[in-house]
Ligand binder design. Structure first.
Ligand SMILES: Nc1nc2c(c(=O)[nH]1)N[C@H]1C(S)=C(S)[C@@H](COP(=O)(O)OP(=O)(O)OC[C@H]3O[C@@H](n4cnc5c(=O)[nH]c(N)nc54)[C@H](O)[C@@H]3O)O[C@H]1N2
Ligand SMILES: Nc1nc2c(c(=O)[nH]1)N[C@H]1C(S)=C(S)[C@@H](COP(=O)(O)OP(=O)(O)OC[C@H]3O[C@@H](n4cnc5c(=O)[nH]c(N)nc54)[C@H](O)[C@@H]3O)O[C@H]1N2
Ligand SMILES: [Mo]
Length: 672
C-alpha cells in the first residue's frame, strides 16, 4: 500500500480554522488528522471533528447520496430517489412559475455556516441575488446585533486584533465567549500561552473561566452595568487615557455623565459580582496593554447590543486599540483583515433591486403568512434544529402549500420536511478556500476524494440549477478555479500554490489593526456617543440599565455552544449522540432545592413558547437563577421531538432584529 497525504483546512463555523492532514492509502481516505505543521492546532483536531470526520461524514449509510423526492406526508421520511435532471427540472419549474408570476420575493432562501469555505458559503447567493429571492438575513440567527452595535462605535465590526500580538499584552478579557467549546485550539494554545492576566466574564464556570486569573460571574443581562462599574473604577484610579480620548473619540462628556452614577459598589449590587473583583479587574485592564475578546453570547440578549456597546467603551477610554498587545475582537473578516474580495463571491450587485431581506426571527411567521404557496430553499443550515419557536416552525415546514428544497449532507429534521432533497458533497470532496474568523490565516480546502454517491458541492448544484432555468447571467456559471485565483490574486498566490504550502499568513509578521486610528464612523473617531444610533432610535450613549431578572419561580436559560456539537452538526455521529443521549438541564443547587428537583429526575421545562422534558443535573457551575443546557441536539432525537429551541419564543436583541436567545426564561416542575 502507498500512503499519501493531502493538506486541507477545517471549514466549520469555529474560531480555530484547523490545519488537517488527510492520509490516503492507495488513493482512498484512510484517516483525517490534525496537521502538525499548522501553527494554530499543531497536530491535533478537536474531539468532535475527529469523531465526525472519521465517522459519520465518511459513512455512505449516513450520507445523502442521491437527490430525493418526497412521496409521503412531510416529516414521514417517505422519499424516492430521482435523477439530478428530474430534481432540478422540478425545482426550475416551481421557481420559474413564481418568478413568471412576479413573485420572486416569495422564494425565501435561508442559509448560514454549515460550511464556511468561501465558495460553498457564498457562491449560491449569486443565483438567489439574480432571481430576486428574499434572503433570510443570515447573521440574524447568530450575531447581527453585535455587528450593528460595533458599527455604531467603530464604524465596522469585522476588524479585531491580530491574536499574534498577544505576546506583549498584560491583560485579556474574554467577555461572553467560551473558547473551551467554541474554539478549542484557541483555548488550548493561544489562551494557555497568553502572558498576562486572564479575565473571563461569564455566568457559567466553563473550562475557559476555570483557567482565568479573575472570573467575573454577572447575572446574565447585567453586563452593561458591569462595564459601567469598571469604567467608573478606571476613572477613579486615573487609568483613563485623556489624550487618546481627546484625539480619537467623540462623546466622552455624555458617557462620563452616565458613568458617574455607577460606582463599583452599585454595579456589584446589580451584577452579583463582589465590588473588590470589579475593581481588581479594572486595575488589571487599566494597566495595559490590554486586549478585549467580545464573545458572541454577549450580543444575544434583549439588551445585548447595549452591553456590547458598553463593553466596547473600555478600550476606547483607556487607549487600548491600535497598538501592539491591544484591541477588541469580535470577528476578523477575510475581506477586512486579509484583503479578499469577498463581495465578488456572492455578488450582491446581481440584484435588480435593493432586494428583500427578513430576520430569522420572522421566518416562521413569513411561512405562515398568506400567500402560503411560497418556496423555501435551505442550504448550509438546519432551521428545524437551530431556529426559535420550534414547534410552530416545524408545523409551518410541514404545510403542504410550501415548496421546500433542502441541500445537506445528512437526513436532518429540516431535510425530513423537504419536498426535494439535494445531496451536498463534503469539504473532503472539493476544492475551496478557508479563512479563520480569529487568526489572520488562509488555508486551502483540498479535494481528497470524489463526492460520495451523486453528491455535488453547493456551487455546482447552483450552476446546474441556473442551467435548468436557462438563466443567461454569465456570473452564475463561473468556475471555482477562476474564483479562487481571483481571490488569491490579492496576495500574488495561486490556489495550486496554496494547496502545496498549506495554511499561510498573508502578513508574515503580526499586524496592528486600527493602527492608523481612522474609524469609518461619521466623525472618523470612536463614537462613545453615536448620533447615528440616536437617529435609529437607540440611546445616544449606552446605558448601564440591566435586563430585568426573571420573576420569582422562573430561571434564565442559557443554551450556548457545547463541546461535542457544531451547532446541530454532529448530532448524528453515534459516538457523539451517545454522550448527549438525553436532553439535560443544569441547575444551581439553590434553585434545585427551592424547586424540589433532585439530580437525575426528569423535569418539565416550559414557557410561553413550548415545553420539554429534560433530565436535571445540579452543579455550582451555574449561578442561582441560571439554567444551562448547551445547544446541538437534533429535535427528532429528543423525547418530545423537540430541542431547546422549542423554549425560545424568538426573542429579539435591542438592535438588528437579531436573536436574543440568552434572554429566555423557563419554569420547571418535577415529572419524577
Ligand atoms: N438554542 C440555541 N440556538 C441557537 C444557538 C444557540 O447558541 N442556542 N446558536 C445560533 C447560532 S450562533 C447559529 S450560527 C445557528 C447555527 O445553526 P445552523 O446554521 O442551522 O447550523 P447547523 O445546525 O450546524 O446546520 C448546518 C447544516 O449544514 C450542513 N452542511 C455542512 N456542510 C455543508 C455543505 O457543504 N453544504 C450544505 N448544503 N450543507 C452543509 C450540516 O450537515 C448541517 O445540517 O444556530 C443558532 N441557534
Ligand atoms: N463546539 C462548538 N463550537 C462552536 C459552535 C458550536 O455549536 N459548538 N458554534 C459556533 C458558532 S455558530 C458561534 S456563533 C460561536 C459562539 O461561541 P461563543 O462566542 O463562545 O458564544 P456562546 O457559546 O454562545 O457563549 C459563550 C459563553 O457566554 C456565556 N453567556 C451567555 N449569556 C451571557 C451573558 O448575558 N453575559 C455573559 N457575560 N456571558 C454570557 C455562556 O455561558 C457561554 O459560556 O461558536 C462557534 N463554535
Ligand atoms: Mo453562530
Amino acid at each position: 500500500m502507498t500512503e499519501t497525504m493531502i493538506r486541507t483546512t477545517c471549514p466549520r463555523d469555529c474560531y480555530d480554522g484547523c490545519g488537517i492532514r488527510v492520509i490516503l492509502n492507495d488513493g482512498e481516505i484512510d484517516r483525517v488528522t490534525g496537521d502538525p505543521e499548522h501553527p494554530e492546532n499543531r497536530g491535533s483536531l478537536c474531539g468532535k471533528c475527529t469523531l465526525a470526520y472519521n465517522g459519520v461524514w465518511r459513512d455512505p449509510s449516513a450520507r445523502l447520496l442521491r437527490p430525493l423526492r418526497r412521496t409521503g406526508p412531510k416529516g414521514s421520511d417517505a422519499f424516492e430517489e430521482v435523477s439530478w435532471d428530474d430534481a432540478l427540472g422540478e425545482i426550475a419549474a416551481r421557481l420559474g412559475g413564481l418568478i413568471d408570476a412576479g413573485r420572486a420575493h416569495d422564494i425565501l432562501t435561508a442559509h448560514y455556516t454549515g460550511t464556511c469555505s468561501v465558495i460553498a458559503n457564498q457562491f449560491p447567493m449569486r443565483f438567489f441575488n439574480h432571481i430576486g429571492a428574499t434572503e433570510v438575513n443570515p447573521d440574524s440567527i447568530c450575531n447581527l446585533s453585535g455587528h450593528v452595535a460595533l458599527g455604531y462605535v467603530l464604524g465596522e465590526s469585522a476588524t479585531g486584533f491580530d491574536p499574534r500580538t498577544a505576546k506583549v499584552s498584560t491583560c485579556l478579557i474574554i467577555w461572553g465567549g467560551n473558547p473551551s467549546a467554541s474554539g478549542p485550539h484557541v483555548n488550548k494554545h493561544w489562551l494557555a500561552e497568553f502572558p498576562g492576566t486572564l479575565i473571563v466574564i461569564d455566568p457559567i464556570r466553563t473550562p475557559t473561566a476555570a483557567r482565568a486569573d479573575i472570573h467575573l460571574r454577572p447575572y446574565p443581562g447585567t453586563d452593561a452595568t458591569l462595564a459601567f462599574g469598571m469604567m467608573h473604577a478606571l476613572k477613579d484610579m486615573g487609568s483613563l487615557d485623556d489624550d487618546f480620548i481627546a484625539r480619537h473619540t467623540v462623546g466622552f462628556d455624555e458617557l462620563s455623565t452616565a458613568i458617574a452614577d455607577w460606582t463599583p459598589a452599585r454595579a456589584a449590587g446589580v451584577t452579583g459580582i463582589p465590588e473588590a473583583d470589579i475593581i481588581h479587574a479594572a486595575e488589571a485592564y487599566g494597566a495595559g496593554p490590554s486586549m478585549l475578546f467580545l464573545g458572541q453570547a454577549l450580543c444575544r440578549a434583549p439588551t445585548g447590543d447595549n452591553a456590547f456597546r458598553a463593553a466596547a467603551m473600555l478600550p476606547a477610554i483607556t487607549g487600548n486599540i491600535g497598538k501592539p498587545g491591544t484591541g477588541l475582537c469580535f470577528l476578523n473578516g477575510k475581506g477586512t483583515t486579509r484583503g479578499l474580495d469577498m463581495g465578488y463571491v456572492g455578488r450582491a450587485d446581481l440584484r435588480a433591486d435593493a432586494g428583500q431581506s427578513i430576520s430569522h426571527m420572522d421566518l416562521r411567521a413569513a411561512l405562515e403568512e398568506t400567500p402560503v404557496d411560497k418556496a423555501l430553499f435551505l442550504w448550509n443550515i438546519n432551521v428545524a434544529a437551530s431556529n426559535p419557536d420550534q414547534k410552530r416552525l416545524l408545523a409551518a415546514l410541514e404545510s403542504d402549500h410550501l415548496f421546500t428544497v433542502v441541500v445537506d449532507l445528512f437526513l436532518t429534521d429540516s431535510v425530513r420536511r423537504a419536498d426535494l432533497v439535494l445531496p451536498a458533497a463534503s469539504f473532503l470532496e472539493f476544492d475551496d478556500l478557508v479563512g479563520s474568523y480569529f487568526h489572520l490565516s488562509l488555508g486551502p480546502q483540498s479535494k481528497a476524494a470524489e463526492p460520495m454517491g451523486d453528491a455535488l458541492p453547493n456551487q455546482e448544484i447552483f450552476r446546474r440549477l441556473a442551467r435548468a432555468m436557462e438563466l443567461n447571467e454569465p456570473a452564475l456559471y463561473e468556475d471555482d478555479e477562476q474564483i479562487l485565483n481571483h481571490l488569491l490574486s490579492a496576495h500574488g498566490l495561486t490556489f495550486d500554490e496554496l494547496k502545496e504550502s498549506g495554511t499561510v499568513y498573508p502578513s508574515a509578521s503580526p499586524v496592528i489593526l486600527w493602527e492608523d486610528l481612522n474609524f469609518p464612523t461619521p466623525s472618523g473617531k470612536i463614537e462613545l456617543a453615536s448620533t447615528r444610533a440616536a437617529a435609529d432610535g437607540h440611546p445616544l450613549v449606552p446605558s448601564a440599565e440591566p435586563l430585568a431578572r426573571p420573576a420569582s419561580g422562573k430561571v434564565r436559560l442559557l443554551t450556548p455552544a457545547g463541546q461535542w456539537h457544531m451547532n446541530s452538526s454532529y448530532d448524528n455521529e453515534p459516538r457523539i449522540a451517545a454522550r448527549a443521549a438525553e436532553p439535560t438541564i443544569t441547575l444551581h443547587p439553590v434553585d434545585a432545592e427551592a424547586l424540589g428537583l433532585a439530580e437525575g429526575i426528569t423535569a418539565r421545562v416550559h414557557n410561553e413558547a413550548g415545553a420539554l422534558s429534560m433530565r436535571v443535573a445540579i452543579s455550582e457551575k451555574t449561578l442561582p437563577g441560571v439554567a444551562w443546557s448547551p445547544k446541538g441536539m437534533w429535535p427528532g432525537r429528543g423525547r418530545d421531538g423537540l430541542n431547546v429551541n422549542a423554549l425560545n419564543p424568538g426573542l429579539r436583541a435591542d438592535m438588528g432584529d437579531s436573536t436574543a436567545l440568552h434572554g429566555v426564561e423557563v419554569t420547571l416542575e418535577s415529572l419524577g
